[in-house]
Design a protein around this ligand. Structure first.
Ligand code: NAG
Ligand code: NAG
Ligand code: NAG
Ligand code: NAG
Ligand code: NAG
Ligand code: NAG
Length: 429
């Protein structure tokens, strides 16, 4: 009996030794500093509990399991010993998940091999730890759709490999740090929908491809030189002003949204090239005319919105073929060239808003009248012309009411207006 007992005892001791060695092995696998950092990160964040959604931290069990192997969102280096955390993705990212709450621990900055830090949508509050500026390997930093406050840490832009920063849809305030201009690898900067204010930095990094700081409270001009590499630029819904001539040499630009600001002056001619398939400049203070006919036609999917400005002169052929074209609420005069009728007939142009201008006619193709196009919207109300009867049947915004003409007395002032030679010069420049 005593023998049996001691045998059992021995088995138990062996079992304990085995357990201990397993734990030791596990802890050998991840660096002690990284393990401690993960502990601290978990301590300041919690899953927003719902009965249905998967809880992100349910796999973060520090008592059993190797963080590198079993913790959701943790990816470690494979070669180094001890292993280091290289990527940290916080939150499930599932659409039915409410995400995480709490704050971001400054201990994140102890994960010095981290190249990617992602926080999925949730209600995480507090500031972005300035210590992140010491993560020398960081390439991707995405903390979008949370409730983060405070300022953008200026130190991150000195990180040598930083490629993507997405802080959009938070409550960040302060300015965009001037240190950004020194960033050598930054390609994507997304700051939309925060409370960023004040002046823009004097320059953005020359290799930047995608820049979005729309829906903030920035009150400045655009910097004198925008990166020539830009493909995507959105600054809509700020309080920006001044001319657009810094946009003159951005050859690869495909998307430009500067709508709902106070930009003024003329339209740079170089923006009118079909590669720039989305040009949204509506609701500014832009004046002058449209450039003359360009040799390159616009194609499917293109959208140009110049509505609610102070554009003058006649509609040139430059925008023929644009699929969705908004020139309404300007001071445009003259007759619409027949190429626009052709573009509508051919189904290339599907939306043409010209209401609230001083347009005196619309050339149709020889002998053609307005056919009953069901799938196009042509809005011509409140101009200095009879609204073609068929056009009246097409879908126009209901807010503009019936397709009626402008009162004659408002038109006479414009009938005698000439395009001045100064304006003609502006087209060419
Ligand atoms: C790390 O973990 C793997 C997989 O569990 C294991 O095979 C290996 O022995 C561990 N390495 C160390 C140094 O503990
Ligand atoms: C880890 O981060 C904390 C908080 O920033 C800091 O106080 C501590 O010195 C760091 N430890 C190491 C080893 O870097
Ligand atoms: C925008 O910034 C100005 C100061 O530049 C401030 O007075 C104003 O309250 C801000 N508006 C919002 C909506 O944050
Ligand atoms: C544009 O400027 C006018 C006059 O200064 C101002 O009242 C208006 O709020 C500004 N609009 C925007 C969007 O900044
Ligand atoms: C709007 O443009 C006009 C003329 O281009 C200029 O005089 C005026 O200051 C501009 N307004 C704003 C708010 O920028
Ligand atoms: C329009 O321009 C022509 C030639 O430049 C000039 O003779 C004429 O007087 C101008 N008309 C008005 C109304 O300014």
């Amino acid at each position: 009996m005593a023998k049996k007992c001691s045998l059992l005892m021995l088995a138990f001791v062996l079992y304990l030794i085995h357990c201990r060695s397993t734990i030791a092995q596990v802890q050998n696998n991840i660096s002690a500093i990284d393990l401690e950092a993960l502990h601290q990160i978990k301590n300041t964040l919690i899953d927003i509990r719902t009965t249905t959604s998967l809880h992100f931290f349910s796999s973060w069990d520090f008592d059993s399991g190797d963080p590198c192997l079993s913790f959701a969102g943790v990816t470690c280096s494979s070669s180094e010993q001890p292993r280091r955390v290289e990527s940290l993705v916080l939150g499930t990212g599932l659409s039915d998940s409410p995400g995480l709450a709490g704050t971001l621990s400054p201990f994140i900055a102890n994960l010095t091999e981290l190249s990617q830090l992602v926080l999925f949508a949730g209600i995480v509050t507090g500031t972005i730890p300035s210590q992140l500026g010491s993560l020398r390997k960081l390439r991707v930093l995405s903390l979008t759709n949370n409730h983060l406050t405070g300022t953008i840490p200026a130190s991150i832009f000195a990180l040598p490999d930083l490629h993507t920063v997405d802080f959009s849809h938070n409550y960040l305030s302060g300015t965009i740090p001037p240190t950004i201009s020194a960033s050598t690898q930054l390609k994507v900067l997304l700051l939309a929908d925060n409370k960023i204010s004040g002046q823009l930095p004097r320059g953005f990094p020359q290799q930047l491809l995608h820049l979005d700081f729309s829906q903030n409270n920035i009150s400045s001009m655009l910097p004198p030189r925008m990166p020539a590499s830009l493909r995507y630029l959105s600054a809509s819904q700020n309080r920006m002003w001044g001319p657009l001539n810094c946009l003159e040499s951005i050859p690869e630009l495909v998307y430009l949204d500067l709508s709902m600001n106070n930009f003024s002056g003329g339209l740079p001619t170089s923006l009118f090239q079909p590669k720039l398939t989305s040009m949204l400049l509506q609701r500014n203070n832009l004046s002058g005319g449209l450039p003359p006919l360009s040799p390159y036609p616009y194609g499917p999917g293109s959208i140009i919105d110049l509505s609610h400005n102070f554009l003058t002169g006649e509609i040139t052929g430059v925008l023929v073929g644009v699929e969705s074209l908004f020139l309404n609420n300007n001071q445009l005069t003259g007759t619409v060239p027949k190429e626009y009728f052709g573009s509508l007939s051919a189904g290339k142009t599907k939306t043409l808003y010209l209401q609230h201008n001083y347009i005196t006619g619309f050339q149709t193709a020889a002998g053609s009248s307005w056919p009953p196009w069901d799938s196009v919207a042509v809005c011509l109300s409140y101009n200095c012309m009879e609204v073609p009867v068929v056009v009246g049947k097409m879908a126009c915004p209901s807010s503009i009411g019936e397709q009626i003409s402008r009162p004659a007395y408002q038109c006479s002032a414009f009938h005698n207006r000439n395009t001045t030679s100064k304006e003609k010069e502006d087209y060419i420049n």
